[in-house]
Write a protein that binds this ligand. Structure first.
Ligand SMILES: [Zn+2]
Ligand SMILES: [Zn+2]
Length: 1018
């Protein structure tokens, strides 16, 4: 049974599509060629004068491409339908007399066609069609059916189109166009096309029965019909069914807190039983069905699929064994469940999804003796919205507890990086909530060590690097300014008690920017919440989990206090509330980062420093680390690993990542981290069902591909918003009519108004978003229309206000936000169940971004997504042509991720960073005065320890992960080091500071590189 929300979505889409075609309009006061964006055909004569690209933007024909099943000749019927518009009254210039247009009745004609192999484009039915048009009063336009055989793929391919052949004349444009054009082909047996861009797999339907030309194609029985939009509905997944159904298996937080082992054993045994059936030869034979026999490649792929399943099962069994063998780990696991259960209960969630439990089990063997698979990058791949963030968090919280129980009482356990400039507030909040709950559980269970805290490490782009004593040119933050702290509130609610009473204040005594909660019964009792948002405070307190943007890795060449991210600080200031200390500098003589503090500090013993080494680095959205960003990051990853290994004698952190796409991850992990990657979960033999999830009949999202014809993208976007807003408002003004039309009960009206009353417009660039918003202001005739922008440029406070309001809208519809204009900043971690309609302006550059972006709508209720193609672009035209596969298998479509680390241009940028990182984190802690801040000190040090060019080159080569066979890189590096030492030893060079000696300044952000360099394996 179709859900009333699905019916409403269908009804809304029908409203928009009708408006695009003009099906319900019979008169117009303006030329219809400037109004309708679907179903229209431009006159061929005029279209031919345009470039190919422009012809695509206002096509003169639509049609279908077929592969006939039998050799020619072929006889079949082509039915054409169309309407026209006639100008009845010529308007006066002063607009006193408006223009008047009237639409014709539908003209319809069926034409018999016989085609033969190798047939050049041949016209059929010119007279029949033109007289059909004249019969309904269309005075100017003419049309023809054109058929040809294009055999360029080796076998015959028939192309059948209807072309607007109207001659050039002085008639108004709208009279020369055809509207609501439809072409149908009947009686032609065909064989399917194989979609080449999908990997050759036994799992996927790669066949397409016919290809649309400038349009989509629908099959009605044996008839092929052109469609003006391509509609693809994805199915909502379920996670609890079969072996893991709720009534069979208890995966509740409470159950896994009390007694996890029997439940986990049952989960894993269920997986074993499922696999025995699902991967059996009989099951695979069923999958093959009546289709063509599998190729050897497909059989080999099925074998690999089964092997991956078996390895995963084995890993899960070892995960259970790890818990059985380590009481410490088991205790940490239970504490984690208690903490995660506490935050989940606020959202009404009481249990895990099986795959979340499974993923964590698979990582556990790395945490016990033997550290099995420590060097493997574990990648969470799951349909967005499936609970990926909580999966991450379960690991982080577990790792924090495990660290505490094994004796690590301070320092960073994990550094979690996001590839964007700005973290979403909702994402930050989820981390804060989980760690806040962990801290409360820690207190209750008297787990030793520092409070469990979160560091928000994005400094400068949205929170400060440092709070200066007085504002400076570089850092204008003013501690005297009472409004300053409020600008840096990164929380939407209290992580302890969920109250929305969180504010910020500056604590002068401890020199801290504190978040605090003023709710009367909050467990924080008004004390600072365990959250650090200023870089220098993160160094001072080394919170258990640090989240931030990837760019910050660049600080490794500049910030001596980054030591806290590698091998621990130098000491701890004796003055309470000051925290850890680092290398001494002129401005901080004792190494304490609190301005002016000269108190002595307790040194941290070298043995203890290894304890500070983080256990995990997390990388969200791994697929975004491509091109130059990926290349540069690969070197920084090597630098981080090398420093940790050399300074602590421990392994580098284990890397956990998430990815929205499944293609190319092996190459990516090996390039970025020099390690093997592994995706969880292993795919089942069927794309529709695995042990972990299965498709339900319910609609997740209705995707509608729109090819705007003859009008601008903005026009289509404005009209779409107008129709959607007008339609949803009719729920208020005439609920009975809407309910009757849509087939829904009036009782649902308030809910539908709530769920479908806000539209998101997504632009790929901030420029697109602003253009759309401006255009909307003048073109969307709906009042009131409240809009907000959510882009990387939106001030923090405005983002918070907007999200809070979207989450809890005003009661009065008129006061709500009606349109959200958003850019990529919105595509990550914004989870608002009320957002269910989106218009995407132009196909995003990567499939991953498309998946992520559109996943922001329809999270809990059926969603509606318009993808308005920038059809002039080749990529958009390509996506339109296989839109169904793009939506259904987007995450598996082959989209090679260009990433390389062997680039001399990249090395030129990163070698300066590596030299500086070695100075700060390797040489300085080993120098006599623990200080290498000037060229003189540096020269003296290298003379004392007798550093040679050979030694340093070798060390840097290891640090940057340059392989032996990369001779050019090796030579470049050696030259850089030679010049470095030559300059250092040249007393006449005038070099005063260490960076004066470098061949270039290190990058200040990994993002700096993006626009600068093209990357190739040179
Ligand atoms: Zn509170
Ligand atoms: Zn101090």
């Amino acid at each position: 049974m179709i859900d009333y929300k699905e019916r409403f979505v269908q009804w809304l889409d029908q409203r928009v599509t009708s408006a695009g075609l003009g099906t319900e309009d019979t008169t117009s006061t303006v030329d219809p060629s400037g109004v309708f964006w679907l179903g229209r055909l431009a006159p061929e004569k005029e279209a031919m004068a345009e470039t190919r690209r422009e012809r695509r933007m206002d096509p003169c024909s639509v049609g279908i491409r077929f592969k006939p099943a039998a050799p020619g000749p072929w006889s079949f019927q082509v039915r054409v339908r169309a309407r026209g518009w006639n100008r009845i009254t010529v308007g006066s210039k002063d607009l006193d007399t408006p223009e008047e247009w009237a639409k014709s009745a539908v003209a319809e004609e069926t034409i018999d066609v016989t085609a033969h192999g190798g047939m050049r484009p041949t016209d059929f039915g010119a007279e029949l069609l033109t007289s059909a048009l004249r019969r309904v009063g269309i005075g100017t336009a003419t049309a023809v059916v054109q058929v040809s055989d294009e055999s360029w793929r080796g076998t015959p391919e028939l192309v059948v189109t209807v072309v607007n052949t109207t001659a050039e004349s002085g008639q108004p444009k709208g009279e020369r166009y055809l509207f609501e054009v439809e072409l149908a082909v009947e009686g032609l047996p065909t064989s399917p096309f194989i979609l080449e861009s999908l990997p050759d797999s036994f799992r996927y339907e790669r066949e397409m029965q016919a290809l649309g030309i400038n349009c989509g194609v629908e099959m009605r029985g044996t008839t092929f019909v052109t469609r003006d939009t391509v509609v693809v509905s994805t199915k909502r997944p379920t996670f609890r069914f079969g072996y893991t159904a709720e009534d069979k298996l208890d995966l509740s937080f409470a159950g896994l807190t009390d007694d996890p082992l029997p439940r986990l054993r049952q989960l894993v045994e269920g997986y074993a039983q499922w696999g025995q059936a699902a991967w059996s030869p009989e099951a695979l034979a069923r999958l093959q069905g009546d289709g063509p026999a599998w190729t050897p490649e497909m059989i080999a792929e099925a074998d690999r699929g089964r092997a991956a399943y078996e390895a995963e099962l084995d890993r899960l069994r070892r995960g259970v064994a790890a818990l059985e063998s380590s009481p410490q780990l088991l205790r940490a696991y239970r504490l984690m469940n208690k903490a995660m259960g506490r935050t989940a209960s606020r959202r009404g969630i009481t249990s895990w999804r099986p795959f979340q439990v499974g993923f964590l089990l698979g990582v556990l063997p790395s945490l016990v003796e033997g550290r099995r698979d420590w060097n493997i990058v574990e990648i969470v791949w799951f349909a967005t919205g499936g609970g990926k963030t909580e999966t991450y968090l379960s690991l982080l919280v577990l790792a924090v507890f495990h660290d505490r129980l094994r004796g690590k009482h301070s320092g960073i356990t994990a550094w979690s990086r996001f590839p964007l400039r700005l973290l979403s507030l909702q994402q930050t909040q989820r981390f804060a909530d989980a760690l806040g709950a962990a801290e409360l559980v820690r207190r209750e269970h008297r787990v030793p060590g520092d409070p469990i805290a979160l560091g928000y490490y994005v400094g400068k782009s949205s929170t400060p690097n440092d709070i200066p004593v007085e504002p400076t040119k570089d850092n204008p933050i003013d501690v005297e300014d009472d409004t300053m702290p409020a600008r840096f509130n990164v929380l939407l609610r209290c992580p302890f008690c969920a109250a929305r009473d969180v504010s910020t204040r500056f604590n002068r005594r401890h020199w801290r920017l504190e978040h605090f909660c003023s709710a009367p019964d909050c467990p924080s009792t008004g004390e600072a919440l365990p959250l650090f948002v200023v870089d220098s405070e993160i160094y001072r307190f080394l919170p258990s989990v640090v989240i931030g943007t990837l760019d910050k890795a660049a600080l490794i060449s500049m910030q001596a206090a980054m030591r806290g991210f590698i091998h621990g600080p130098a000491g701890r200031c004796r003055r309470p509330g000051h925290g850890f200390t680092y290398a001494k500098r002129g401005s901080r003589p004792a190494g304490c980062l609190v301005p002016g503090c000269k108190d002595p500090s307790e040194t941290i013993k070298s043995h203890d420093r290894a304890m500070f080494a983080p256990s995990f680095r997390l990388q969200d959205e791994l697929h975004l680390l491509r091109d130059s960003l990926g290349a540069v990051d690969s070197h920084y990853e090597s630098i981080l690993d090398d420093l940790q290994v050399k300074n602590t004698d421990t392994d580098p952190p284990k890397i956990i990542a998430s990815s929205a796409t499944l293609s190319g991850y092996q190459r990516q992990t090996s390039t970025l981290y020099g390690r093997q990657g592994r995706v969880f979960p292993a795919l089942g033999p069927s794309v529709h069902e695995s042990y972990w999830s299965a498709a339900t009949p319910g609609i997740l999202r209705r995707y509608v591909a729109v090819w705007p014809r003859g009008v601008t993208l903005e026009w289509v976007s404005d009209r779409t918003i107008t129709v959607l807003q007008q339609s949803v408002r009719r729920l208020l003004s005439e609920p009975d009519v809407v309910c009757a039309q849509a087939g829904i009960e009036p009782v649902h009206v308030p809910e539908l108004l709530d769920l479908y009353g806000t539209n998101v417009i997504y632009g790929n660039t901030v420029k697109d978003v602003e253009a759309a918003r401006r255009s909307m202001g003048t073109q969307v005739d709906v009042n009131p229309l409240n809009t907000v922008s959510l882009t990387g440029q939106t001030p923090f406070d405005d983002v918070r206000t907007a999200i809070a309001e979207l989450d809890r809208p005003p009661v009065d519809f008129d006061e709500r936000v009606h349109v959200v204009a958003a850019s990529s900043m919105f595509s990550h971690g914004v989870d608002i169940d009320r957002l269910n309609i989106m218009t995407v302006l132009g196909v995003p550059l990567t499939t991953a971004e498309f998946i992520q972006t559109t996943a922001r709508v329809g999270r809990t209720h059926p969603g509606l997504v318009y993808v308005v193609h920038k059809i002039g672009r080749e990529r958009d035209a390509g996506v339109y042509s296989h839109f169904q596969a793009f939506v259904e298998h987007g995450d598996r479509l082959v989209e090679p991720i260009p990433v390389t680390r062997s680039s001399r241009r990249v090395l030129d940028l990163t070698s300066a960073a590596a030299i500086e990182a070695r100075r700060l984190f390797f040489h300085e802690p080993r120098s006599e005065r623990l200080k290498l801040t000037t060229a003189d000190l540096l020269r003296a040090h290298h003379r004392t320890v007798v550093t040679t060019v050979d030694d340093e080159t070798k060390a840097l080569r290891e640090m940057l992960g340059i392989r032996d066979d990369e001779h050019l890189l090796d030579e470049d590096l050696r030259r850089a080091v030679e010049i470095y030492f030559a300059k250092l030893n040249d007393l006449g060079s005038g070099a005063k500071w260490p960076h004066d000696i470098l061949h270039r300044r290190p990058m200040t952000s990994l993002r700096d590189v993006e626009t600068q360099i093209p990357i190739s394996d040179d």
